[in-house]
Design a protein around this ligand. Structure first.
Ligand SMILES: NC(=O)c1ccc[n+]([C@@H]2O[C@H](COP(=O)([O-])OP(=O)(O)OC[C@H]3O[C@@H](n4cnc5c(N)ncnc54)[C@H](O)[C@@H]3O)[C@@H](O)[C@H]2O)c1
Ligand SMILES: [Zn+2]
Length: 354
């Protein structure tokens, strides 16, 4: 497959996203000084040898896989490891893994010696279509997800769909949640393409189709980021489903994954929009049907009390002057941002109980 390039147009911080089967081999050519690879235990188990031979970094930092590792402590450990091994300001960190690896490696790169370069080599679908692009880096604290972080753009993103061959179905579905999100807020055509054969997306066997979808998502996200790098306005639409989703993720103690939380969150956001008369029931149902067809959850279990969900949402960093900022869509492919009354939010949560 040919290598496709998507440019993230950020002037002096501009960079390329290279997408294509085999593109990971370009990691052998990275010329950004001394390299420190960061990965997690599961990725290292599968790709450790590849990392060692192709990237050939001097050192590799490995942490236990999972969201629970995404803490300030792990980031400081990466920095301490770099300091111990005498990495200087001209070094470069290389993230090989999913969103957890990418978010933490980027954050470590943002703060180590007040900033070193970093490269993203995403290995999950979610990281390929979303987290590896755009320069948002950070960690979770007990008070909330991603509450501590920095904007720090990578030098380069290498997206190789071949990594998906070993990715479990549950993780593929998490990536699909972000893909549906992107389509809902920005691209009705992409949405229709997903509807064409949703089940076929889950086994990700059609790599050509998946690569085209990944490329489209990167293009769409790159355009939003180029217009609003630091989320002064437009970029907030990428949080569609996330304000509800983060709350559900947190309340479940992360047994509900990010992608699953986002899927449930998009359903709540759609209910909110239908109730306020901005989205048609038919389009809300199309979203629900697509999410169901790829095997994502579309409802919430009773064990999460409505007021708890709303309370955690209020603590989310997207809230402004006490009101909760919520992204909705008014039609498929077109987002809207509002600050609905708390009662309307509570009613939307109520509406998605199983
Ligand atoms: N920075 C952003 O803009 C942004 C956007 C969206 C999500 N995120 C963050 O991304 C994180 C979620 O990312 P994720 O879903 O990739 O989770 P993850 O990084 O935890 O990866 C999921 C699991 O898949 C394993 N894995 C990774 N690649 C594999 C492969 N090729 N084969 C087999 N197993 C593999 C990992 O070891 C892990 O156990 C969340 O913390 C979320 O907040 C950030
Ligand atoms: Zn997300």
């Amino acid at each position: 497959m040919a290598v496709e390039t998507v440019r993230v147009g950020l002037e002096e911080r501009a960079y390329d996203i290279l997408i294509g089967s085999g593109v990971r081999e370009r990691a052998a050519e990275l010329a950004y000084g001394r390299l420190l690879t960061v990965t997690d235990s599961e990725v290292d188990e599968r790709y450790g040898e590849w990392i060692d031979t192709v990237i050939g970094a001097d050192f590799k930092f490995i942490f236990p896989a999972g969201e629970a590792s995404k803490t300030p402590v792990t980031v400081i450990d990466i920095c301490r490891y770099a300091a111990l091994e005498k990495y200087d300001r001209k070094s470069c960190f290389v993230a090989v893994g999913g969103g957890v690896v990418g978010d933490m490696t980027g954050f470590a790169a943002a703060i180590y010696m007040r900033g070193v370069r970093f490269v993203q080599i995403p290995t999950t679908l979610l990281a390929m279509v979303d987290s590896s692009v755009g320069g948002k880096t950070g960690v979770d604290i007990p008070e909330g997800k991603n509450l501590v972080g920095a904007f720090h753009q990578p030098q380069l993103v290498l997206i190789d769909p071949d990594f998906l061959k070993t990715l479990p179905g549950r993780e593929i579905r998490c990536g699909l949640a972000e893909i549906v999100k992107t389509a809902m807020i920005l691209d009705a055509e992409l949405f229709a393409e997903l509807e064409r054969d949703p089940a076929g997306l889950v086994d990700a066997a059609d790599f050509g189709r998946m690569a085209r979808i990944i490329r489209r998502c990167c293009e769409l996200k790159a355009a939003v980021v180029a217009e609003d790098e630091r989320e002064a306005g437009l970029r907030a639409i990428l949080n569609y489903g996330h304000t509800f989703g983060h709350a559900v993720e947190m309340l479940s103690g992360f047994s509900i994954s990010h992608g699953e939380g986002v899927a449930i969150g998009m359903c709540a956001a759609a209910e909110l929009a239908v109730a306020s008369g901005t989205l048609s029931r038919a389009e809300a149902d199309r979203q629900k049907a697509l999410l169901q067809a790829v095997g994502l959850p579309v409802s919430l279990s009773r064990r999460f009390a409505v007021d708890k969900v709303v309370d955690v949402m209020g603590r989310d960093k997207k809230s402004a002057d006490g009101r909760i900022k919520v992204v909705t869509v008014d039609r498929i492919g077109h987002a809207a941002v509002g600050q609905p009354p708390l009662e309307a939010i509570a009613a939307a949560v109520e509406a998605i109980y199983a």
